[in-house]
Design a protein around this ligand. Structure first.
Ligand SMILES: *[C@@H]1O[C@H](CO)[C@@H](O)[C@H](O)[C@H]1NC(C)=O
Ligand SMILES: *[C@@H]1O[C@H](CO)[C@@H](O)[C@H](O)[C@H]1NC(C)=O
Ligand SMILES: *[C@@H]1O[C@H](CO)[C@@H](O)[C@H](O)[C@H]1NC(C)=O
Ligand SMILES: *[C@@H]1O[C@H](CO)[C@@H](O)[C@H](O)[C@H]1NC(C)=O
Length: 383
């Protein structure tokens, strides 16, 4: 092989090696960046070529050179850093509040909320941090306005205006001698309406009451206007049902309600010793005025006392239940009756015939029972 040939070969070979080593392929950048548009179509780059990166939309360069160089087939390090664009805080909104959903960076959103009684006007309720900054226009929060509330018959309200602002108050009043029924004050609420409903004006006069068996203790004379008060008491022998004091209300009614005077009643009476209420009165718990009840004596006791209910009080139990007395037995011819104790309930009697006479028929001993002497008297007969 000649020198020339060797030289050619080696230089060809060197050319091939350097040609291959000198070219760079398409470079890839860091996050959120791309090759500048002018390099996008090149697929290979010569040794010494310089290309530049730019940050993606919504991202801004945060230091580092945007260029890299192809040297011996290798790209220098990408130093450029791209950060998410920060739109910064929005300006304050008077009577409103801005809420950032995540933050103030690219893609984040912010919401404008007006205070109670204020409504957003113009602009958009939701803003977005975009390539060019916040999208949309900030709304303003404007106070809610109310139109005048309704007028009322025989009354008026003040102040009178074309519009009222949120929380403004109007006051109602009634013409002379009429009473206001409802709320005196209405307020402009956040929905643009006055609340509560307007009142009305009413003429109030309560009728002079007629209550049987009652007497007016104190109170106003007619005409009875709003809040006029009357105090009643019942005549003796009557008890009050309901309130003793009544007042005239807005509906021209006595309130809570007129009382009643009822005749007094007696409760179940208790009798004296050795007696019970007669069974036909036992089930009753109250007794009308004038009612009379009867007692029965326990077996062997007599007589039957009655008491009377008067003005809520029972008359005193005058009678006592005493032991029944069977009385003396009839005389026995030729004989004598001997009483062991006496002639009352439970006592016994015996017939003693005179000497030479003997008892015939009847019983030797008689006992004073509920129905009288029990047994039959014997006769004394000679033998
Ligand atoms: C990219 O390609 C164009 C056309 O082929 C060429 O003119 C340009 O020099 C190339 N740029 C680089 C940096 O290689
Ligand atoms: C807000 O950030 C959280 C994580 O911090 C994420 O999961 C969520 O998707 C983000 N929301 C919006 C609207 O960007
Ligand atoms: C309002 O006043 C008029 C007299 O001015 C009267 O005739 C009318 O009954 C009143 N209405 C009411 C609801 O009180
Ligand atoms: C007072 O107002 C109430 C509620 O609006 C109404 O129901 C009532 O009828 C009124 N009373 C009178 C006497 O107008």
């Amino acid at each position: 092989m000649g020198v020339a040939a060797l030289f050619l070969l080696s230089s060809l070979c060197l050319f091939a090696i350097t040609a291959q080593a000198q070219q760079c392929s398409k470079p890839s950048g860091g996050p959120n960046m791309d090759l500048k548009p002018e390099y996008i179509l090149n697929t290979t780059f010569e040794d010494g070529a310089t290309v530049a990166f730019s940050c993606n939309p919504g991202y801004t360069p945060a230091g580092g050179s945007p260029t890299i160089t192809c040297t011996a087939g290798l790209w220098s390090e990408v130093l450029l850093r791209c950060e998410r664009k920060n739109c910064g805080a929005l300006e304050e909104v008077a009577n409103g509040e801005i809420t950032y959903i995540n933050g103030t960076e690219f893609g984040d959103t912010a919401k404008v909320t007006c205070k109670l009684g204020y409504n957003p006007v113009g602009g958009s309720a939701v803003m977005r941090c975009d390539v060019e900054g916040w999208t949309g226009r900030l709304p303003t929060c404007e106070v809610v306005k109310c139109v005048p509330p309704g007028g009322i018959v025989n009354g008026t309200f003040s102040p009178m205006k074309e519009f009222y602002e949120y929380r403004e108050v109007v006051q109602y009043s009634c013409n002379k001698d009429l009473e206001l029924n409802g709320s005196r004050e209405l307020i402009c609420s956040e929905d643009g309406n006055f609340s509560p409903a307007p009142p009305n004006c009413v003429w109030v006069e309560c009728k002079d009451p007629v209550i049987e068996n009652a007497e007016l203790q104190s109170g106003s004379r007619p005409p009875h206007r709003l809040n006029a008060a009357l105090i009643y008491i019942c005549k003796t022998g009557y008890t009050m049902e309901g309130p003793s004091t009544v007042t005239c209300d807005l509906n021209s009614q006595w309130s809570p309600s007129l009382p009643k005077c009822n005749t007094q009643q007696c409760s179940k009476p208790s009798g004296g010793p050795n007696m019970d209420l007669r069974p036909d009165y036992m089930t009753q718990t109250t007794f009308e005025d004038g009612a009379t009840v009867a007692f029965t004596c326990h077996p062997g006791y007599t007589p039957v006392p009655t008491i009377t209910c008067t003005a809520g009080q029972w008359s005193a139990v005058q009678l006592r239940c005493e032991k029944k007395n069977c009385g003396a037995l009839p005389e026995v011819t030729n004989g004598e009756i001997i009483y062991t104790d006496g002639t009352e309930f439970g006592d016994t009697a015996k017939v003693q015939c005179e000497p030479g006479y003997y008892p015939v028929g009847g019983s030797a001993v008689l006992r004073c029972g509920v129905e009288g002497w029990m047994g039959r008297l014997p006769t004394c007969e000679a033998t």
